[in-house]
Design a protein around this ligand. Structure first.
Ligand SMILES: *[C@@H]1O[C@H](CO)[C@@H](O)[C@H](O)[C@H]1NC(C)=O
Ligand SMILES: *[C@@H]1O[C@H](CO)[C@@H](O)[C@H](O)[C@H]1NC(C)=O
Ligand SMILES: *[C@@H]1O[C@H](CO)[C@@H](O)[C@H](O)[C@H]1NC(C)=O
Ligand SMILES: *[C@@H]1O[C@H](CO)[C@@H](O)[C@H](O)[C@H]1NC(C)=O
Ligand SMILES: *[C@@H]1O[C@H](CO)[C@@H](O)[C@H](O)[C@H]1NC(C)=O
Length: 510
């Protein structure tokens, strides 16, 4: 396979030159970066303020208990469920009958609060946070075959490394839906997976998906256009992931064997990649999937409410906003407002899309991290990606490409239904990490996935009932409950038979 992507690098050692740009870069790209950076900063600031207050007021707990998902002994009463569904349908029907603006009228407007938290990390980028803790950090710019400009971050060696040469052992961390490279460093050096792997002797790369905080640019497309946001996890798996993997190999040498660690959507794209561009099964060393999402039959997340509308693509894009799935999205506001209302809570703003969609676990959640989490999350996703997930839920048990409807499918794929991802073609050794209380990656779905893997390493279930989707990133005991096991499996590589591919050879010219 030949490198088709155009790759160029901007290595920015954060201690020196944030904000300076090489002059051979086309002017409009520089402008886009500069303008976007200040927009993002302002956006993040305002979001951080309002959301912190929201959490201080405990709304998070209320949503969770309303959805009844954190307490396994307690589920939502059926009549309540029916009522939510009915109300949601009425809401959608009503909007359908009139202009889409109805949504913004029904849902409460965003309310700004003052935030007194002075933690500097709130306004820092991933490389700045890494540098803050005494590590060297790098930013690399990679252009995908279809023109998206991605920023990938890197911790090249451990904090007190005596040599400035990065280790051969390499790991690529890929965040999930609405996430970014910040996900892996937010809990700080003792608890953040990026740091733990760095100290364990790995060269750590942190990917950022197209459209998120660090990858909001394109060679030709304007970020405000539908053409820019016209992608789902499928395009990410076909363009972003190969570009990043090829780039790392280009940088480190083509014999390097990359370990892949993904969370949530970061696992979906791995399965989609390995089943379609099968040469990557030989390129990578092993895959480690935290909260793996492929089949979606066992879903507790409110995203399931959207599933029944997933047939009407045009309409869903209209109500959700065709381009970016915005944190201030009115449907989401509706969902969360309703969550409070139906339980007779006072009307409050419950608006963080990540927590609304993924739930949370009070026991493992470190409240001190909240301001910094809220300032970095959600980091951006396309509405189309959400619709794609909603389709997966609707087509329970089929892990397939985007459904454009019969006519559209005929045009896109030459047949009436979208192609399924042929999971049997995945030969990379893969370990799955699941949790019982995961709203998006249900037990049965993860098990179903596991039995289809040709080279399974392990199906590890976190030994804590309450452990949830995002606990894989920030749980107080994530190290003990997940990362220790992860590092152990990573290190075992040399002795175990499933790592036979470990002998370095260049498989790329297939
Ligand atoms: C960025 O902002 C500057 C100054 O406001 C403006 O002149 C320039 O056209 C903007 N560039 C883009 C790509 O929006
Ligand atoms: C879970 O639900 C049970 C039964 O409804 C209740 O007794 C218990 O207090 C709940 N636990 C929590 C942590 O809310
Ligand atoms: C690195 O060195 C500093 C000072 O020399 C020390 O305080 C710190 O604990 C060391 N960190 C690690 C991860 O070894
Ligand atoms: C969106 O993507 C689909 C599939 O790649 C393509 O058929 C369609 O033309 C694209 N639409 C726009 C406006 O870019
Ligand atoms: C919670 O996060 C804060 C800030 O990073 C940290 O200092 C503290 O040790 C964490 N608490 C626990 C129980 O992990």
């Amino acid at each position: 396979m030949k490198l088709l992507i155009i790759v160029f690098t901007l290595i920015v050692l954060t201690q020196c030159c944030e904000g300076r740009y090489v002059d051979w870069l086309p002017r409009n790209i520089v402008d886009t970066f500069t303008n976007k950076t200040s927009q993002i900063t302002n956006y993040v600031r305002s979001k951080g303020r309002s959301l912190k207050q929201f959490y201080v007021e405990n709304v998070r707990n209320k949503i969770t208990s309303y959805l009844g998902m954190n307490n396994l002994t307690e589920t939502i009463p059926t009549d309540n469920q029916a009522r939510i569904k009915r109300k949601f349908k009425d809401y959608v029907d009503e909007a359908q009958a009139s202009d889409q603006k109805v949504f913004d009228v029904i849902a409460p407007e965003k309310i700004e609060y003052n935030c007194n938290n002075n933690d500097p990390s709130i306004h820092m980028t991933t490389p700045q946070m890494i540098a803050l803790h005494g590590y060297v950090s790098e930013s690399h710019t990679i252009v995908t075959e279809d023109g998206y400009i991605l920023t990938v971050h890197r911790i090249p060696y451990k904090r007190n490394a005596t040599s400035r040469v990065s280790p051969r052992k390499t790991v690529l961390l890929h965040h999930g839906l609405l996430g970014s490279s910040a996900d892996w460093v937010i809990p700080g050096p003792e608890k953040g997976l990026a740091y733990i792997l760095s100290e364990a002797g790995y060269d750590v790369w942190l990917a950022n998906v197209r459209g998120n905080t660090y990858s909001r640019a394109h060679m030709t497309l304007n970020i405000d256009t539908f053409a820019f946001w016209n992608f789902t996890f499928h395009e990410v798996s076909q363009y972003d992931l190969p570009a990043v993997i090829d780039y790392i190999m280009d940088t480190k040498g083509w014999d390097v064997k990359i370990n892949y660690v993904g969370h949530s959507m970061g696992t979906t794209i791995l399965f989609a990649l390995l089943s379609t561009k099968t040469q990557y099964n030989k390129v990578l060393r092993a895959g480690f999937a935290l909260a793996p999402v492929a089949f979606m039959t066992d879903i507790k997340s409110p995203i399931r409410l959207l599933a029944k509308y997933s047939d009407n693509l045009e309409y869903l894009l209209k109500i959700l906003g065709a381009n970016e799935f915005l944190p201030q999205n009115s449907v989401l506001r509706w969902l969360s407002k309703h969550a409070c209302e139906i339980n007779h809570y006072e009307e409050v703003i419950c608006e963080n899309s990540l927590f609304v969609l993924c739930g949370h676990d009070a026991q493992q959640f470190n409240r001190s991290l909240l301001p910094i989490i809220l300032s970095h999350v959600p980091a951006g996703a396309s509405t189309k990606t959400l619709v794609h997930y909603a389709q997966e839920i609707k087509n329970a048990g089929r892990f397939q490409q985007f459904d454009y409807g019969a006519e559209g499918n005929l045009r896109e794929y030459g047949k009436l239904t979208p192609p399924e991802y042929p999971l049997h073609k995945i030969t990379l050794p893969i370990a799955l990490f699941g949790a019982e209380n995961d709203w998006l990656a249900g037990d049965s779905d993860v098990t179903n996935l596991y039995v289809q893997l040709a080279n399974p390493i392990d199906h590890y279930i976190v030994p804590l009932k309450e452990f949830n989707h995002i606990d894989f990133l920030w749980a107080i005991d994530a190290r003990k409950l997940v990362y220790d096991k992860l590092v152990q499996l990573l290190e075992e590589g040399v002795s175990k038979s499933y790592f036979v591919n470990d002998i370095s050879h260049n498989d790329l010219n297939v």
